[in-house]
Ligand binder design. Structure first.
Ligand code: OGA
Ligand code: MN
Length: 301
């Protein structure tokens, strides 16, 4: 059985059918890996993978990032439902993390080692909303005018989860959980060269917040402008989930966000994340002395 790869109507992305991710031979894996590099995001309908099968498939791409301070947290539910079936309340911290996912982001850029890829599969989806949207930051970079390309060429931004969650009024306790950086926020170039394809790509999102050499208002305006410019057709794909779908995106060149939905409806997704390669995804450690103590504010990028 050979997979059928159908490009999505956007600058990136493909749907892969005629494949069983729970039983992947090496030849088929090679086709998947090549397609991942060519299309940067892949949708596999009708897979219904168990946690173990999703971890095994994800491990083909590299080391699995632990999504909590728990060696067993290789596949975690991204869910608004408690084990007893009740739905999270707005003041619960997990609810605030879910709301954070509704802002444009690249996974784990606030950690020293950013993610290589994100994998998400759908178990229970709400009748409306709850889609996942992905913009192509390579195409975003390519479409910039030359003056902007020149302006951003040497710039870097700090990335912090404390900062991005504070924008939602959520104060993440430092030192206790996932997302902790203790030596200043990671500093990452705004333009990244993809380690496999060599393509240049914008690299920012909601965790990015301050640019050395620019004053804060100017940095904020620039980050905002780059996001707004990038996140438009034909550079964007919105995935409407059907239970059993699995999607993988290349966090080195594709951003993403969840779309809102009625929070009284359960939405249960299963996530795995693949660690970046230290040669290309390890950040310089920033010296931002204001990296802690972020005040809650009302904006959400
Ligand atoms: C993630 C994420 C978005 C969604 O799993 O990293 O941001 O649609 N998910 O749930
Ligand atoms: Mn994410």
């Amino acid at each position: 059985m050979k997979p059928t790869i159908t490009p999505i109507d956007a600058t990136f992305g493909a749907t892969v059918a005629n494949i069983d991710l729970a039983n992947l031979d090496d030849a088929t894996w090679k086709i998947v890996e090549d397609a991942f590099h060519t299309y940067a995001a892949l949708v596999f309908p009708d897979q219904h993978l168990s946690q173990e099968a999703q971890v095994e498939f994800s491990s083909r791409f590299g080391d699995i990032e632990l999504l909590r301070d728990d060696p067993n947290a290789k596949a975690v539910p991204i869910s608004n439902q408690n084990p007893d079936g009740s739905v999270l309340k707005p003041d619960e911290s997990r609810f605030k993390s879910l709301r954070g996912n509704e802002g444009w982001h690249i996974d784990s850029t606030y950690m020293p080692l950013a993610a290589k890829a994100g994998v998400l599969s759908a178990i229970t989806v709400p009748p409306e909303g709850g889609e996942t949207e992905l913009p192509d930051m390579r195409a975003g970079y390519d479409a910039l005018d030359e003056a902007t390309k020149t302006r951003i060429a040497g710039l870097s931004a700090y990335h912090s989860l404390y900062q991005s969650q504070a924008r939602l009024g959520h104060i993440v306790q430092s030192g206790t959980s996932y997302g902790y950086h203790n030596k200043g926020a990671p500093l990452r170039p705004l333009v990244k060269t993809h380690p496999v394809t060599g393509r240049k790509t914008l690299y920012a999102g909601r965790h990015a917040y301050r640019i050395p050499g620019l004053d804060d208002a100017e940095a904020e305006a620039l980050l905002e402008e780059l996001l707004e410019f990038t996140c438009q057709a034909p550079r964007i794909y919105q995935h409407k989930w059907t239970p059993g779908d699995l999607m993988i995106w290349d966090n080195r060149c594709i951003m993403h966000r969840a779309r809102p939905y009625d929070f009284n409806q359960p939405r249960i997704m299963q996530a795995t994340r693949i660690s970046g390669d230290p040669a290309s995804e390890l950040a310089a450690t920033g010296q931002d002395d204001r990296a802690s103590g972020f005040e809650p504010s009302a904006t959400n990028r």
